[in-house]
Design a protein around this ligand. Sequence first.
Ligand SMILES: [Zn+2]
Length: 306
Amino acid sequence: MVEGLAYDRDSGVYIVDAWAEVVPGIIASYLIPLAGGRAAIVDPGPASSVGRLRRVLDSLGLRVSHVLVTHVHLDHAGATGSLLKAYPDAVAYVHPRGAPHLAEPSRLWESSKQVMGDVAEAYGRPEPAPRERLLETRDGERIELPGGRVLRVIHTPGHASHHQSFYDEEAGILYSGDSAGIILETSVGVVRAPTTPPRLKPKLYIESIERMMKLNAASIAPTHFGLWGNAMEELALQKEIFISWMNILLEIYREGVRSPPDAAKRLALRDPNASLIMRSGGVVRDFFLYETVWGMLDAIERGEWP
Ligand SMILES: [Zn+2]
């Protein structure tokens, strides 16, 4: 099998390492084979990786027919336009608030470059997606895929106002995107953390986790990274960590700390998850601790917590 590709026999789902050529093991796409050589893909990944993704699809003899977009951020939906171009029959399911950014990505691109700089360049500039093949979802909608698999759409704002999750009822898999934090295998062990860049909506983030807990899912597939069992415990843990980080950061903020790396250092002294991410260092620390702390401090500054 191609490097950066794993297969889950129980569910029949492939886990594609969507950024394998840059930083392996942090951004996932989920590939669901369907009847007739077709495939659905949850979060196709950054635009810069579309060539590799197509090689993966070719090696499996699959062509994409359904793109399921949890949210339009460059690391997850950047490849959507290029994929729709490559597969003229494919459609993409996106939250109504996200669809305009896929059809006309220039504003998203400019603002991402401003916020992320070189990282945005590494993700690549998204190609516009054909408007008529962007299907805007309704909360609770059931997407029936060829061969009988059904995915339920759950709108899960908080991380972003246009975030949605997908639930495969029969397989019991919840594709949570970035709405329920990260579960990431790193050099220092498995780390869990919220994923909350600006502009985080803390109360919506919690409500979305609570909605997903009602599904009674067996497994959870966050886009950072992989398929994990015990979905209910994972969701409960994510809610707990989120609330704990917000409360600790509120105290740190009130002591006058404003810089995310400084606040993250203090948080790491008091929270084992933050401490583990701090120890893992590098991109994991920068992406999943500093950015999250930044989003939380920003929400506190806007008066959205408590
Ligand atoms: Zn993400």
